[in-house]
Design a protein around this ligand. Structure first.
Ligand code: C5P
Length: 205
């Protein structure tokens, strides 16, 4: 069973994907982390994220980078959405994700293009969304808990900028697959969101 979970930043897709992975005992890949690792490597090597060749050079990132807590920062998230718009960066990370999705026994992946590009053949596809205000509130709380002093307005502006970049790019933009079920988490608790996600998956497999 392959489950694809897509959606914009802070929509709840990561939390839902993790809970589904536990529920179905499936391996889970947060594909955003791969783009974040490229971004962190670009920064470490002092490369230019807007240059495709520079970003591609960072795709051979050290695997240990994936465990670095700095990947979760807002700054790296923004940089990730810059490097992820380069077609050659997406191509460099494609096979790894496809292999993960199609491993024996199944998998859950979350990201922006799982249902459309990585696993169009997924058994269940969810498109998780929430209003920009709700997503900014969640991200702001999360960042504050980690000691960040970014204002709510700044977080909201960053979320909108990232949505715009992720939706407007020409290669694998953030769009809902035609056969994906929508899950709006704006007014749902985490438990309610997860229960709804399980219901959707159950109805499709
Ligand atoms: O999901 P997360 O916020 O960690 O993703 C960081 C950035 O990586 C996104 O804003 C997006 O630009 C990029 N990304 C992507 N395709 C994916 C996952 C993430 O382009 N499948």
């Amino acid at each position: 069973m392959i489950i694809a979970v897509d959606g914009p930043a802070a929509s709840g897709k990561g939390t839902i994907a993790k809970a589904l992975a536990r529920h179905y005992n499936l391996p889970h890949l947060d594909t955003g982390l791969l783009y974040r690792a490229v971004a962190a490597t670009v920064r470490r090597l002092e490369l230019d994220p807007s240059k495709e060749a520079d970003a591609v050079a960072a795709c051979g990132f050290d695997e240990l980078t994936l465990a670095d807590p700095v990947l979760r920062s807002d700054e790296i998230g923004q940089l990730a959405s810059v490097v992820s718009a380069h077609p050659l960066v997406r191509a460099a990370l494609l096979q790894r994700q496809k292999r993960f999705a199609h491993q024996e026994g199944g998998a859950i992946l979350d990201g922006r293009d799982i249902g459309t590009v990585i696993a169009p053949d997924a058994d269940a596809k969810l498109f998780v969304k929430a209003t920009p205000q709700v997503r900014a509130r969640r991200r702001h709380n999360e960042l504050q808990a980690r000691g960040s002093s970014l204002s709510f307005d700044r977080v909201l502006a960053d979320i909108r900028a990232r949505d715009q970049r992720d939706s407007a790019r020409s290669t694998a933009p953030l769009i809902q697959a035609a056969d994906a079920a929508t899950l709006d988490t704006s007014f749902l608790s985490i438990d309610a969101s997860v229960n709804k996600a399980i219901e959707i998956v159950e109805a499709r497999v």
